[in-house]
Structures are given as structure tokens and as C-alpha cells.
Design a protein around this ligand. Sequence first.
Ligand SMILES: *Cc1c(COP(=O)(O)O)cnc(C)c1O
Length: 238
Amino acid sequence: MIDFSEFEKNLSFVRDRISRACVASGRKPSEVGLLAVTKNHPVDAVDYASRCGLTSVGENRVQEASDKRAAYHGALRWELIGHLQSNKAALAVATFDRIQTVDSLKLLRRLDRFAGEGGKALPILLQCNSGEDPNKYGFAMGEGEAVLEAALGLEHLQVEGLMTIAPLADDPDVARVAFERLRDLRDQLSERFGVSLSELSMGMTDDLEAAIAAGSTQIRVGTALYGSRALFFDGEVN
Ligand SMILES: *Cc1c(COP(=O)(O)O)cnc(C)c1O
């Protein structure tokens, strides 16, 4: 784990990248939120983010996040960015302030039920596999209407927008296309259903510039802030 001064340097470098990408696309840096991805790092990573004024952290495993949240006493928003199996839905609802990886009707219904039992309205994003990557979760572009319609009918969920993970590729156009497709889907759904869907969670360390150009409102950054993770933990499924 890096020390705090190194984190501060990394953060200012990331903020520079955000500013330059915003200038290039005529946007304001205040339109692009930064989610610090603390997965696979100790709870110090969460503390660093908070000390620098970041307000939310992203984790991809429910149990790991639950343990860290119990060990960390500051006020922060915790967001789930890893795939969620429905048997972990209850703990996920108890742990997270927002779940970004909602990708099935079954999961929607379970989250709604547990949010209702907890007496809360749970903010969610719908994860779309807009890059049509066979290795990624998310509903298909063509399922967007049906998934959103179901989500809007559930009393205890608040749909705030869409999320995607671009396919890994050497060609930067692959990510750009995945991001533009997500934005276009958002625009269509928003008009069709009369809801704002204002959050577009897209872009990570390697593709945040393309995501900002395509309209991202939240980039999720781990490696550029904290250095590399132990790779064999990466992508583990809940
Ligand atoms: C790990 C992860 C990130 C952060 O990726 P980096 O390349 O380390 O910035 C962002 N989003 C999701 C869904 C992730 O699983």
C-alpha cells in the first residue's frame, strides 16, 4: 500500500487528467465525479480518499466492503461496482449507499424487497453491457427498456442512471463506442420514460478520457490512485 503523500500526488495527477479531458470536450470538471476504487486495498485507502475530500468509494465484493465499513468510522458513500449474486443481496443492501451493478430482473426484485424491509429507498444504477463483451455482466442494449420499466415500477429502488465497463482492448475506439452507446441509450430511455437518469458511471484508469468525452458523470478509478492491486483478486465475483 502506498503512503499518503504518494496518494496525494496520484490524486492531483488524476484531477489534472479530468481537467484536461473536460477542456478538450467543453465540459466542466465539476460535472465529473470521482469514485475512489478501494477494492483489494486495506481500509487506509478509504481513509486517504476521505482526507482528500473525496466523498465516495467503490468496492466490488460485498463481504470485503462490509468488513471495511465496520472498521472505518468516517462519513462516506459506499458504492458496489462488482457483480452481485442475488444470494448476497441482503448484505449488499445493508452495506451500500448505492448499487451500480444491477443487471437482472431477479436482482431488481430482491433488492427492492430487502430495501423495503430496511425501510429505505435504495439508489441504484442499471449495468449495461454496451460494449457487447462476452466477459462482462450487464443487460444487453435491447433489454434496456424492459429492465428500466421493471425498475421504475419498484417502490423501494431509485434508478439514478446507467453504468458500463468497457471491453479491454488495444484499440481505444472500442471503449469510445461502448461509452457513446451507453450515453445514447440513456438519452433514449430518459425521453421515453420521462426520467432524468442523470448518472452515467463510465471510465476507469485506462479509458477515463474517452468516457469524459462521451459524457461520463462519474469515473471509477483505482490503479491511478492507489497503484496496482494483487491481480489474482481482481474481478472476483460476489
Ligand atoms: C476495479 C474496477 C475499477 C477500477 O479500475 P482501475 O483500472 O484500477 O482504475 C472500476 N470499475 C470497476 C467496475 C472495477 O471493477
